[in-house]
Unconditional design. Structure first.
Length: 374
């Protein structure tokens, strides 16, 4: 039986397109499916809202669309949610002016006030109501960075080891050329980093003089470390010993389009720079990680057709990300961005972009059974 549903369909509910899925399971069990609602076109810039649909039956049916954040006629996007131990749901996102395209931002043609600004909002009732977004750019973004994106996809709250309780938000940025003589390719200026908080985000965006506890800060950064790797959109999972496993889209022309790294100190630093991970073949595209504790297994979702965004496939690793095994494809249709969530001991949920003729016709949710541990 096809255990799938369609929370978002392009051309409906006042939006031309829906993109950039992110999903978490609230403390009550409600499934929260976030996305960008693109008003006038499918473009990555312009009038874009952060939207949400909630499911109270494990993703089989969905409630009405909620608009969580607007930025006038500009962009509010890149939702990166995380559920705290007490049940609060935090949602990081990025805002910019309507005419601030990624290309113009990367070229330094957009003033900082109109460029990528990082904001945070929260819900204390499992996503029913939300606080207004508050600005945290000064803590999340270095002044010299140009492009910036949180996630996309869910963030983490660490559970093991000395950094238990820390929030880790994978993010990416671009740097400017080093000077007039710098003729590197565009990929050379890509970088990945993590945003960290040791107080559940309580003091993110609070002026320094008013802070009384550890506050949000930038953790590891990685960028121009090798010509075959250019970190971009990154996903992360925590292993049982507290090690953070990170996997990133890479923008170079190399044969592989993904790379991975590890952090042993809760995302503050990398053990070694990102290196190619050829076991996850596919196009240049975002992907998602989920650690299944009862199986001691990493799960990765992403398109598997190297030449195009299609063939959405799950892959698993039982050696902490060193090697990967391919499972039967979820779909042979066009498919692009995705996010994974654990629903219950018997199943995971996959929220992903797909369609009959385009990867961006719907955002579909599929319940996928989890086999008994081997």
């Amino acid at each position: 039986m096809d255990d799938s549903s369609v929370p978002y369909r392009s051309g409906t509910e006042g939006y031309t397109s829906f993109r950039i899925p992110a999903v978490v399971r609230a403390r009550s069990g409600a499934v929260l499916a976030f996305a960008e609602g693109r008003v006038a076109s499918a473009a990555d810039w312009g009038d874009i809202d952060v939207v949400l649909k909630r499911s109270l039956d494990g993703g089989r049916t969905w409630g009405p669309l909620q608009v969580l954040a607007r930025n006038g006629t500009g962009t509010a996007g890149n939702p990166a949610p995380v559920v705290l131990a007490g049940g609060r749901v935090l949602l990081l996102q990025v805002h910019n002016a309507a005419d601030a395209t990624e290309d113009r931002i990367r070229r330094g043609q957009v003033p900082p006030a109109d460029g990528r600004r990082v904001r945070l909002q929260h819900s204390d009732d499992d996503g029913v109501t939300w606080s207004p977004p508050r600005e945290i750019t000064d803590q999340a973004k270095r002044p010299e960075w140009r492009w910036y994106a949180t996630g996309p996809g869910h963030a983490l709250r660490l559970r093991h080891g000395p950094y238990a309780g820390r929030l880790v938000v994978p993010a990416n940025h671009s740097a400017p050329p080093a000077g007039p003589g710098d003729t590197g390719t565009e990929a050379r200026y890509n970088g990945g980093h993590a945003l960290l908080s040791d107080d559940d985000g309580a003091t993110m965006g609070v002026p320094p003089r008013e802070r009384s506890r550890a506050w949000g800060r930038i953790g590891y950064t990685d960028g121009d470390t090798h010509p075959t790797v250019a970190p971009n959109e990154t996903t992360a999972a925590e292993l049982p010993d507290g090690t953070l496993y990170l996997n990133t889209r890479t923008e170079t022309a190399a044969a592989w389009h993904r790379a991975d790294a590890r952090s042993a100190d809760g995302g503050a630093r990398l053990v070694a720079p990102f290196r190619p991970q050829a076991g996850l073949a596919g196009p240049v595209c975002q992907g998602s990680l989920l650690y299944l504790a009862d199986r001691d297994e990493l799960l990765f979702s992403g398109p598997a057709l190297p030449a195009a965004r299609a063939l959405l496939t799950l892959r698993t690793s039982r050696d902490r990300g060193l090697t990967w095994r391919t499972l039967p494809a979820v779909s042979g249709l066009p498919a692009a961005y995705s996010d994974l969530v654990r629903l219950d001991p018997a199943s995971v949920g996959l929220l992903y972009e797909t369609g009959d003729y385009s990867a961006y016709s719907t955002i579909t949710f599929r319940r996928i059974p989890v086999e008994e541990p081997a």
